[in-house]
Design a protein around this ligand. Structure first.
Ligand code: AMP
Ligand code: MG
Length: 418
């Protein structure tokens, strides 16, 4: 486990911006040390633990980019078409049995190594064979055309994949192209997830009239799984200081992060604060973000604790800005900045200055094929349908006070947030 100090999440100011929150997390949360060696089949989504530099050039040898005819560039006709005798043939996976002869062409296929002396390839679509069986090529082909030089993609020894990268399918392909069978990655982060609230029951259990089924826990567990975490589903804690304290204390040793939802607003029935304080330390981060309520940040026995709000939309949005950076920091991953895509607002909106707001929107194609963001018609932070029926969030920065239809705004698709 990464042991964090009790004052790890201390913050002086009254209100915290999203950027301050991410900066504090990135600077103060230390990654787990343990490393797993995984086969390439299991590498997607894992965090690379050490740099990989190219053990060989890519492509490893100079080869033809097309099916056609290899020649020497000094034999290329500058002004008029010319004929070549065709000698030899080289297929992908084989070496040419001889060097190219002056004023001859050699049949060659895509991916086959260039015969010695040849440096240019005519595409088969651009040539013809005359009655005498000779190859007739047009004038004007550039020397070196249709050839992929060794190392043109990646030079041997160059740094190719840096530690901290969250591996994507194309990164796995690069490791395979280097001939690697395994890569070293950080071990998965273990996250304990609880919901809190007397009104909650788990799906499958009988529901009393004043109860609702716990939905946040399943959303959060799914988001954590997408971030590559190993998740422990610890069910629902009652709104009672002692049972919260006991539940949290029990899991601290065996997890890298404890995550709860609900019970962190300042209502008197919110017991998470008292529960955490009796077994560790806690600060409430009042973040300048909407939707979002205070987020509880704590340390229990050296293990970080995050208490998210209970309203589903607030829980979702604060997850993105607090839990995601914490998971990335614990996992030894480079912080991945969220980059909003410019789209046109198809709505008007007023907001407070100095607070960041997220508007749930659906994208549609507007005039001239430009994407337009259509705002979900209702705003409640408890509306699950507002997340289900939309494509992502429009991010309105601290400095913005209003949005008019047609204005360019930044859009974050849901998939990019996990
Ligand atoms: P709280 O933050 O505990 O005051 O809860 C705020 C609102 O979110 C209340 O209406 C809760 O019933 C609701 N809520 C809290 N936790 C969950 C959950 N796990 N799933 C669904 N709704 C929840
Ligand atoms: Mg509650």
């Amino acid at each position: 486990m990464a042991q964090l100090s009790d004052d790890c999440f201390a913050f002086g100011g009254p209100m915290m911006s999203v950027d301050e929150a991410v900066a504090i997390i990135a600077a103060r949360v230390t990654p787990v040390h343990d490393i797993d060696t995984v086969s390439l089949v299991d590498a997607d989504g894992r965090i690379l633990a050490s740099d990989i530099s190219a053990p060989l050039p890519l492509p490893p040898f100079t080869n033809s980019a097309v099916d056609g005819y290899a020649v020497r560039s000094r034999d290329l006709p500058p002004r008029e078409e010319r004929a070549f005798a065709v000698t030899g043939r080289v297929q992908a996976g084989a070496l040419a049995s001889q060097a190219i002869r002056p004023n001859h062409a050699m049949r060659i296929f895509t991916g086959a190594p260039m015969p010695e002396g040849a440096d240019t390839v005519f595409m088969q679509e651009d040539v013809r064979i005359d009655e005498a069986g000779r190859l007739v090529v047009p004038a004007g082909l550039k020397p070196g055309a249709n050839v992929r030089p060794a190392g043109e993609d990646i030079a041997v020894g160059s740094s190719a994949l840096a530690a901290g990268r969250r591996l994507r399918p194309q990164d796995v392909a690069l490791a395979a192209a280097f001939g690697l069978t395994h890569v070293e990655v950080r071990r998965r982060i273990r996250v304990a997830v609880f919901s809190t609230g007397n009104e909650l029951v788990s799906p499958g259990a009988p529901r009393a009239a004043a109860q609702l089924f716990d939905s946040n826990r399943f959303m959060l567990m799914a988001m954590l799984a997408r971030l590559g975490c190993e998740v422990s589903d610890l069910g629902i804690l009652r709104d009672d200081r002692a049972s919260l304290a006991h539940g949290l204390k029990t899991v601290a040793d065996s997890h890298d992060l404890i995550l709860t939802t609900g019970g962190v607003s300042t209502g008197e029935e919110d017991h998470v604060k008292a529960g955490v304080e009796s077994v560790g330390t806690l600060v409430l981060w009042r973040m300048a973000i909407k939707p979002g309520r205070p987020v509880a940040m704590g340390i229990i026995g050296g293990t970080p604790f995050i208490g998210l709000p209970g309203n589903p939309v607030a829980s979702f949005v604060t997850f993105v800005h607090v839990v995601r950076p914490t998971v990335l920091a614990l996992a030894g991953a480079a912080q991945q900045r969220l980059v909003p895509m410019p789209v046109r607002a198809a709505f008007s909106y007023k907001k407070k200055i100095a607070r960041r707001e997220y508007v749930r929107v659906t994208l549609r194609k507007g005039d001239h094929g430009l994407l337009e963001a259509v705002k979900f018609p209702r705003e409640g932070a408890g509306l699950l349908s507002s997340l289900v029926d939309t494509d992502g969030l429009v991010e309105l920065g601290e400095e913005i006070t209003k949005v008019e239809p047609g204005q360019t705004v930044g859009f974050l698709g849901y998939a990019s947030l996990m």
